[in-house]
Design a protein around this ligand. Structure first.
Ligand code: ADP
Ligand code: MG
Ligand code: MG
Length: 916
């Protein structure tokens, strides 16, 4: 951990506390690691002259210390540090903490480096007790207000510090129960209707409840209250919600939270008081409008709690134009200061405005892009900064189809939400359920919108998947076959939806804890951006960008989001160093990828070309043949298909580079499984059922991932390589004759020693030479290898001698490097994630220390032998922004990813170049 980043030594001893106050804070916005985002920005706002109630921040180092020392604090923190800092607030405001005449009240607020909205705890109105509440009542001349504060404080303290808030959402908070009972008794609806006496009796009931439930009396001593609240804030770093949120957002546990103690300002003193939250722009659309909500005579969370309906910020303009104008001014000051869209919290006390928080506002992908481009046009940021502002994943929202929000909400309200699975392939899809790929394919041909619903998918399902709008599976993770292929195809996919139970025999889909049974042909809707599975139809629409690029049903000038997208991509291409290729096997996939900006194909999986129709029969015949001659006969049949496939693909790609991988998977993947299928095949290829069955038995492998596959296939059966190379070179010659020059890159899979590559290369060269001689046209081609076996990675100096290029096959390199099967990792990876064994799922984002190191050794040693060696990555990781950044750092020539991720990779590559 980068300790030095967050260490601050002062006069020999560490400074743990940083005060903030008008114009002279000890911290500033750059100190987020130490002060947390909230503390750093409170200091910054105070420094630039915005009205911030004074306070101090206890640094994240105290939190770290607390956890490393059995929940003890650094020496003198409570004896000296905190009292000194409190005194500063007291002097500024002329009030005293615990003073029965004129008490200072404070809030105690959590705040980590990265914002974790609502995940941790905050306590307001701290410092109140039986004496100070009277002081506050007298001083403010408003006893109702004082008792309202006290009531809130005892409740918050009880919930948060004394742990009385039930973790189970179904149980009611004991304090809410008392409050509701009182309202019921009085026949009122709103908190604001309570009288002083009502509030006093509620507080008394609260205290009784605390005594009953904890066996202790409510702490009346403000200092004891403060110690308790600070402990609660630090403890809340490790509450369940916070831990889950950190996991989802890749926030490490060692960061810790800071704790802010700040003088209270009161929005609940009357009608010239209030509280609100706002965004300096619309966080959903990115439009440049002030967007917020407020409530008069309210405190803290009232606005978001939903007990009273807040008002739109425009209404403040009418109610209190002075404050509104001041807010507008602050909005502009903040945007010009931070050069970003900010999210703010404010409170109005007796017509005086106070700022309580500001942070960079969370926004949708759409808004992120719009704001970045707008702010460039407003000269707030330059184009580099604009690129750095947008998380590449956010672009997804401009590309994926979307549900009509109103319809989706209505469907959920009607109780049609069945379950939630993994959001594996973003976008929205609605269609009829089909439980197998053949039926899905047929239905697709009939023009039906299809959702393919499977327990899991396998390569045979590809055609059916291709014919479907979306894919829903019961099992499998984010990198399962279904998820992987869906993303490559740009299909919507919800994977691993464990609540489903699919019965192929009956053609039924049931859902745990629900009576609904869906049958083949029934409508279902899936949201691959959220994982939601909804019964029935929900209307979807294409994103504008897709309508322009893919459907061509919309003219660029009619799509408001188009210029923004276009501008962004232009900037990305200007700064990126990496080329972006795509993984594609079909001309139509290739064409789409080109419209997304793909500059070549990094991986064409030839095996995908063997499925479907007569091809699979010839393939099976080849596999089942007893000898070379038998195989050659079958391969003859496959040759024209392959040649046409390559011809189509090369043509679609124009002169862009295309990397073709020779046959890779274990042969059993092509064979029939059921007796019925075997019988059908027996008739087609004229061999007996028993014979075929026995042959399939012979081909069985204990560990197919490490069995007869990859280059081993071609070494055992060179005729397969001959056929594939012939098809590739013949297609290239044909195009050359038609005037299109292509340079195929022939890639040998699963190489682990240079010898394997040499033997295979010899077959490739010999075949290519003879085709070229036959055709009488010279074509150029390259021969390279995948680096996907650790041995290959660490002997890259040898392998480079026989290769024109390397392509990192990081799926297998991860499996073999980690000794971890991707398809079986679902059982243990979630627990691994809990233990933070890997920062990210290693099948989604490169494990930099291990697999990344193999890549880096390989790249360095390979280039040392052959400086012009072309390097790329073709694993699923190629579309992951942080992997793209890593590949940039390694100096690769290109990354290759699924077509729909190409724009994301372009942006990620530009950001990597800019960060470097
Ligand atoms: P969160 O991080 O969950 O938003 P906060 O620490 O921001 O929690 O506090 C919750 C609410 O309490 C916010 O609405 C905030 O404006 C309000 N609040 C916090 N401190 C004060 C204060 N000193 N005076 C008035 N309101 C406060
Ligand atoms: Mg807040
Ligand atoms: Mg592989």
């Amino acid at each position: 951990m980068p300790q030095s980043e967050i260490t601050n030594e002062k006069a020999g001893s560490k400074q743990y506390i940083y005060s903030f106050s008008g114009g002279s804070s000890e911290g500033d916005a750059s100190m987020k690691n130490l002060l947390g985002g909230k503390g750093a920005n409170l200091a910054e706002m105070a420094n630039i002259g915005l009205p911030v109630p004074p306070g101090f921040t206890i640094s994240t180092e105290v939190c770290t210390y607390y956890y490393e020392n059995q929940k003890n604090y650094p020496k003198n923190l409570f004896e000296q540090g905190i009292p000194d800092a409190l005194r500063k607030i007291e002097e500024t405001l002329g009030k005293k903490f615990g003073d029965p005449e004129n008490p200072l009240l404070v809030s105690v607020r959590s705040g980590a480096r990265a914002s974790m909205p609502g995940m941790m705890d905050t306590i307001l109105n701290l410092g109140l007790n039986a004496q100070t509440v009277d002081g506050l009542a007298k001083k403010s001349g408003n006893p109702r207000f004082a008792w309202d504060c006290y009531r809130r404080f005892v409740q918050m303290y009880g919930d948060v510090v004394l742990d009385l808030k039930p973790t189970d959402k179904k149980q009611i908070d004991p304090f809410e129960k008392i409050l509701e009972a009182k309202k019921h008794e009085l026949g009122i609806e709103l908190d604001t209707e309570f009288t002083v006496e009502d509030l006093q009796s509620i507080v008394a009931d609260y205290k009784t409840a605390i005594l009953e439930k904890t066996g202790k009396t409510f702490p009346e001593d403000p200092h004891e209250q403060l110690i308790g609240a600070i402990g609660a804030v630090f403890n809340s770093w490790n509450n369940e919600r916070a831990i889950v949120y950190r996991k989802l957002n890749h926030i490490p546990g060692y960061w810790g939270t800071a704790c802010n103690v700040q003088a209270m300002v009161f929005g609940n003193m009357g009608l010239d008081c209030g509280t609100g939250v706002a965004f300096t722009r619309d966080a959903a659309t990115g439009d440049n409008i002030f967007y917020g909500e407020f409530l008069m005579n309210a405190q803290g969370e009232d606005v978001v709690a939903g007990t009273r309906t807040p008002l739109k910020i425009e209404q403040l303009k009418a109610e209190n134009p002075g404050i509104y104008d001041q807010l507008e001014e602050i909005r502009s000051i903040l945007e010009h200061h931070y050069h970003d869209m900010m999210d703010i919290e404010f409170t109005i006390e007796n017509n005086i405005l106070f700022m309580l928080q500001c942070r960079v506002g969370k926004r949708t992908g759409m808004a992120a892009v719009k704001i970045a481009v707008d702010m460039f046009n407003e000269k707030l940021i330059d184009e580099k900064e604009a690129l750095l502002r947008i998380e590449p994943e956010q672009l997804n929202q401009l590309l994926r189809p979307v549900f009509d929000m109103k319809e989706k909400q209505a469907a959920i309200q009607e109780g049609r939400l069945l379950a939630t699975g993994l959001n594996a392939g973003p976008g929205a899809a609605t269609g009829k359920i089909y439980f197998n790929a053949v039926d899905a394919y047929e239905a697709g041909k009939r023009g039906e919108a299809v959702i393919l619903v499977r327990i899991e998918t396998s390569p045979e399902d590809i055609k059916g998947m291709d014919a479907s709008e979306g894919i829903l599976t019961e099992r499998g993770g984010m990198t399962s076959h279904a998820a992987l292929v869906a993303r490559q195809m740009g299909k919507v996919c919800v994977a691993g939806c464990g609540a489903l139970s699919i019965d192929y025999q009956r053609g039924e889909l049931r859902v745990q804890g629900n009576d609904i049974v869906l049958h083949e042909g029934d409508y279902i809707s899936i949201d691959g951006s959220t994982g939601e599975v909804i019964a029935g139809k929900v209307a979807t629409k294409n994103s504008e960008i897709i309508e322009v690029l893919v459907d061509k049903s919309l003219k660029p000038e009619d799509a408001p989001t188009w210029p923004i997208y276009q501008q962004l991509m232009e900037w990305a291409d200007k700064y990126r160093k990496l080329n972006i290729r795509t993984n594609a096997d079909q001309p139509d996939q290739a064409e789409i990828a080109i419209t997304f900006g793909a500059e070549g194909i990094g991986l064409c999986r030839t095996e995908h070309m063997f499925f479907g129709g007569e091809r699979i029969d010839a393939m099976r015949e080849m596999i089942l043949a007893d000898d070379v001659d038998g195989r050659k006969i079958a391969l003859e049949k496959l040759l024209p298909y392959q040649r046409d496939d390559f011809y189509g693909l090369f043509k679609a790609m124009g002169s862009r580079p295309v990397t073709i991988r020779l046959l890779d998977p274990p042969l059993h993947e092509f064979l029939p499984h059921t007796d019925d299928e075997i019988r059908a095949l027996s008739i087609k290829i004229g061999r007996s059922f028993e014979e075929i069955k026995e042959r399939i038995g012979d081909l069985h492998e204990f560990n197919p991932m490490l069995g007869l596959r990859g280059c081993r296939l071609g070494i055992l059966h060179p005729e397969i390589t001959v056929m594939q190379v012939r098809a590739i070179i013949e297609a290239a010659c044909k195009l050359k004759k038609e005037g299109l020059e292509v340079v195929p890159e022939i890639m040998v899979p699963l190489v682990s020693t240079v010898k394997e590559l040499e033997i295979t290369s010899e077959v490739i060269h010999k075949t290519a030479r003879s085709v070229i001689a036959e055709q009488g046209t010279g074509v150029k081609y390259l021969v390279g290898t995948m680096i996907e076996v650790p041995r290959a990675a660490i002997t890259s100096d040898q392998i480079a001698t026989a290769a024109d290029f390397f392509s990192y096959g990081t799926n297998d390199l991860t499996q073999m490097g980690l000794g971890m099967s991707r398809d079986d990792s679902g059982q243990f990876l979630p627990i691994y994630q809990q233990h933070e064994i890997f920062a990210r799922n290693p099948f989604e984002s490169i494990d930099k220390d291990g697999v990344g190191r193999l890549m880096s050794i390989s790249a360095k040693e390979g280039r040392a032998v052959k400086p012009e060696l072309k390097l790329g990555i073709c694993g699923e990781h190629g579309g992951d922004p942080s992997t793209v950044e890593f590949c940039h750092q390694l100096g690769l020539n290109y990354v290759s990813c699924s077509p729909y991720r190409v724009p994301i990779a372009r942006l990620a590559a530009a950001r990597a170049a800019l960060k470097g």
